[in-house]
Design a binder for this molecule. Structure first.
Ligand code: UGA
Length: 441
């Protein structure tokens, strides 16, 4: 099939590459000429395992192209997928200006029947607006087209794997013609396909992300409780997660969820509800719990180092989760900012295997960056783990102990076994478990 993908961010680029890998002829369009030039030269705008190899392979096979020419892309394609950004506005509403701008252009370029698919996360009812905009811009009002919603469920860091091994595809349409075409496109994925109406498809995306975010806030609050009542959150999560009605995924307690999706989509859903007169107080609390969760790190630090004046702290992991260089809403940003407010004389020695360059833009505070764990730990008074990168979790405990001035690890992701830490003689403070503090500095 001939497909145009508009927007080469995480969603657009991954979908474009993967649809071409399935044998379709894909052209990816972006207004950013520099990005398109780089993609044409094999330079990826994002860090995502496996994506570069697939781009190169499918470009060579002539199934994948990158262009700034939307008109040509629309003309030649039967399916046009919109995957442009839908950032949060300051009031929590979703900024749809990029979607509407693209819809305007698509409308004026349509020359025969097309299905325009919305893959960006958009409030319920957006497809109706897109349809109206396209219709208003049609040069020939007799040209037939359909609008559809096919939300994506890819996770950054495992987006390629998630695309090919997806558990479900949701296809929201209002015509059989569009439904059949989109079912045919997704058939090779061999996953369950749910066809539904457009508004349900739009809501499924928000409900899925908000439910997962709710699981995380729930387990984080249980973790805070576990610490106070003498329980162990890992055991509690295992105990509840083995009930298949609850499920064992997304029950890792930590410093809260970040990234481009959960913080934005939970706030977006609260606003969607608000606009139709529903106060979604459950979701408001999910957001509230998340926004204060990172404080657990600061509390633990104060417990082991009551006087932070002139101290050096190693921060391991900056990206919002492993296997990505994405710093959007990463808890590391708030934690470093609060640390510097708490004690401006602190020295922050930060390490991340991939995200240092994006961190330099996202973090406004004065931070020393290190490309090795050893570099960050050397002479530090304590170490704080914020992202569970494999490099950090597999780093030898003996080396942690040797390099740190005092053996203190505050682990925001529960990467280690408390007993191993005990044996290694490290003051180990983690989330929702019993912390053994030998001697505060
Ligand atoms: C999320 C969803 O998982 C995808 O299904 C969805 O397609 C995507 O948003 C999107 O809307 O585009 P993503 O934001 O890439 O994917 O990352 P997740 O793996 O879901 O993690 C989100 C945050 O939750 C991270 O900060 C992670 O550290 C945190 N998390 C996750 C926890 O704190 N505990 C957990 O048990 C799981």
């Amino acid at each position: 099939m001939k497909i145009a993908i508009v927007g080469t961010g995480y969603v657009g680029l991954t979908s474009g590459v993967c649809f071409s890998e399935l044998g379709n002829e894909v052209v990816c369009v972006d207004v950013n000429a520099e990005k398109i030039n780089q993609l044409n030269c094999g330079i990826m705008p994002i860090y995502e395992p496996g994506i570069k190899e697939l781009v190169i392979k499918n470009k060579e096979n002539k199934r994948l192209r990158f262009t700034t020419n939307l008109k040509e892309a629309v003309n030649r394609s039967e399916i046009i997928i919109i995957a442009v950004g839908t950032p949060s506005l300051l009031d929590g509403n979703v900024d749809l200006s990029y979607i509407f701008a693209v819809a305007n252009e698509i409308g004026s370029y349509i020359n025969n029947y097309k299905v325009i698919v919305n893959k960006s996360t958009v409030p319920v009812g957006t497809a109706d607006d897109v349809k109206r905009i396209i219709f208003n811009n049609l040069v020939d009002k007799k040209i037939d087209f359909d609008v559809a919603s096919v939300p994506e469920f890819l996770k950054e860091g495992s987006a390629i794997k998630d695309f090919f091994q997806t558990e479900r595809v949701i296809i929201g349409t209002e015509s059989n013609k569009a439904r059949d075409l989109l079912v045919k496109l997704h058939k090779p994925l061999n996953s369950s396909i749910q066809t539904t109406d457009i508004r349900s498809a739009e809501l499924i995306k928000y409900a899925a992300n908000s439910f997962l975010a709710m699981k995380i806030s729930f387990i984080n609050e249980i973790a805070n409780l576990a610490e106070l009542v003498g329980a162990d959150i890992k055991e509690v999560a295992r105990g509840i997660g083995s009930d298949s009605r609850i499920g064992n995924k997304f029950l890792n307690a930590g410093i809260g969820f970040g990234g481009a999706c959960f913080p934005k989509d939970t706030k977006g859903l609260v606003k969607i509800a608000e606009q139709v007169g529903l106060e979604f107080s459950l979701l408001q609390e999910v957001i509230h719990i998340n926004e204060r969760q990172y404080n657990v790190i600061l509390d633990k630090l104060k417990l082991v180092i009551p006087d932070l004046k002139g101290k050096k702290l190693a921060i391991l992991g900056l990206s919002f989760k492993p296997n990505t260089d994405d710093m959007r809403d990463a808890p590391s940003i708030s934690i470093i900012r609060e640390l510097m407010i708490m004690e401006p004389s602190l020295t922050i020695r930060a390490y991340d295997p991939i995200a240092i360059e994006s961190a330099k833009t996202a973090i406004k505070d004065n931070v020393q960056y290190f490309y090795t764990i050893e570099g960050a730990l050397q002479d530090a008074d304590a170490c704080i783990i914020l992202t569970e990168w494999e490099q950090i979790t597999s780093f030898s405990l003996d080396r942690y102990k040797q390099l740190l001035t005092s053996p203190i690890i505050i682990d925001g992701r529960n990467c280690f076994d408390s007993e191993d830490m005990d044996k290694a003689g490290i003051n180990y403070l983690s989330i929702g478990r019993q912390n053994k503090v030998y001697s505060p500095l």
